[in-house]
Design a protein around this ligand. Structure first.
Ligand SMILES: [Zn+2]
Ligand SMILES: [Zn+2]
Length: 409
């Protein structure tokens, strides 16, 4: 194709041209293989003075030793040869060799078929090779490899025979255990695909934060630990989560009203855990954990479920107003955020827009634990008062990263 034809070609024509060229290139590679096999059977030393066909090809093609050896090994499998004493050596996969010369097989496909054929007992070779080649004409090499595994298992009764044509279910294991210290240990093994997805998810959440607080000093391990916690929040916030007994999955935390108000004391978390009341106060802020608030005699107190739960319309209003974590300089989008009650509901704070701020888990925690304070300014938007050690005058700061630009685009 000259450059003008390329320029005019549509998608089908471009793909067709690639297929045609692949056939030519594959066919040429197969022919190179048959020539190397011929050279080898005549004697490389006699013909060229080289010790082996691989060494010769290494120099002819200017490729690595390993690459040259792979090419020669493939050539031997596809083409018949001779021993030094003249006795013939049959090809491992002669029909595959013929198909390769036509340019019909990719290199991984050839290697897959050869890999199966060297394990097939001689009496079954012809049948098995025909089967694999037929399948290869309509499937990719990975499927052919799966078929090969099934055939080998069938021919070898000692091996385990898979019970279905389905590709093997990927093996995944996970254990999550709470130790007596209250620290949880996570251990697992995943297939490549799951691992890759998990890594992509955590990478996206573990990026360094740059905000007004200064540089992000967390170690990579700490960032990934925080990312894992954020990923769990994201999943728990998802409306796709399966219901449990008609409710969204949640974790119960039992805490006395007095402890929840003061933030002093301990709370019982789920079936096993405990957490500080201060921690329970943070989680209870957006009802991420549903608190069973206990009265003086440990009987559950109904504080008005509706009153503290942030309804969907209210959450949307909060998303619209804050458009992400409201903390100065934070980039986190709304779906990573929780609603913070400026005046905690346990202290009688109402669950309404004027008493709520959208915050990412990290800044939510920071707000509960540090000298930062938040309030809603006269214009209805949240603003943050830095702790005295950062700014003696405590001049309010805002996050303007999510707000529309003050001029028309
Ligand atoms: Zn809060
Ligand atoms: Zn934030």
């Amino acid at each position: 194709m000259d450059s003008e034809t390329v320029w005019k070609a549509d998608a089908v024509a471009l793909a067709d041209r690639i297929s045609t060229l692949l056939t030519v290139a594959r066919s040429a590679e197969a022919e190179i293989g048959s020539l190397l096999a011929e050279i080898e059977s005549r004697g490389v030393m006699e013909l060229f003075g080289y010790r082996s066909a691989a060494r010769l090809f290494e120099h002819l093609a200017d490729v690595s030793t390993a690459a040259a050896e792979t090419v020669v090994k493939r050539a031997r499998a596809l083409n018949p040869g001779h021993n030094l004493d003249g006795t013939p050596i049959p090809a491992v996969a002669p029909a595959t060799g013929a198909a390769a010369l036509d340019g019909r097989l990719s290199t991984p496909m050839i290697d897959t078929i050869v890999g199966v054929m060297i394990q097939v007992p001689p009496e079954h070779c012809a049948d098995v090779e025909q089967n694999l080649l037929f399948f290869a004409s309509e499937a990719g090499y990975k499927q052919v490899a799966a078929l090969g595994t099934r055939i080998l298992a069938h021919l070898d009764p000692d091996g385990a025979e898979p019970d279905s044509a389905e590709p093997a279910t990927p093996s995944r294991e996970l254990s999550l255990r709470r130790k007596r210290t209250g620290i949880w240990e996570l251990n697992g093994r995943f297939d490549d695909e799951t691992g890759t997805r998990a890594s992509a998810l955590l990478d996206s959440l573990a990026q360094r934060r740059t905000t007004d607080e200064g540089p992000d000093l967390r170690s990579p391990q700490e960032r990934y630990g925080d990312a894992f916690s954020d990923a769990i929040d994201l999943a728990l916030n998802s409306s796709d989560l399966p219901m449990q007994a008609g409710e969204r999955a949640h974790v119960m935390v039992a805490v006395s009203l007095q402890d929840l108000k003061s933030g002093v004391g301990r709370a019982i978390l789920g079936d096993l855990g405990t957490m500080s009341a201060a921690e329970a106060r943070i989680h209870a802020c957006d009802c991420k954990l549903i608190p069973a608030v206990l009265g003086g005699k440990s009987e559950p107190l109904d504080l008005g479920h509706q009153r503290r739960l942030i309804s969907t319309p209210l959450r949307h209003a909060l998303y619209l107003r804050d458009r992400g974590c409201a903390f100065p300089g934070c980039h986190r989008p709304p779906r990573h955020c929780q609603g913070h009650h400026i005046r905690h509901w346990a202290d009688g704070g109402p669950t309404e827009l004027g008493n709520l701020v959208l915050m990412c888990a990290h800044h939510h925690r920071l707000l509960h634990r540090s000298g930062w304070q938040v309030r809603i300014a006269a214009d209805g938007l949240p603003e943050f008062l830095p702790p005295v050690f950062l700014d003696k005058r405590r001049k309010p700061r805002r996050n303007n990263l999510h707000q529309p630009l003050p001029f028309a685009a």
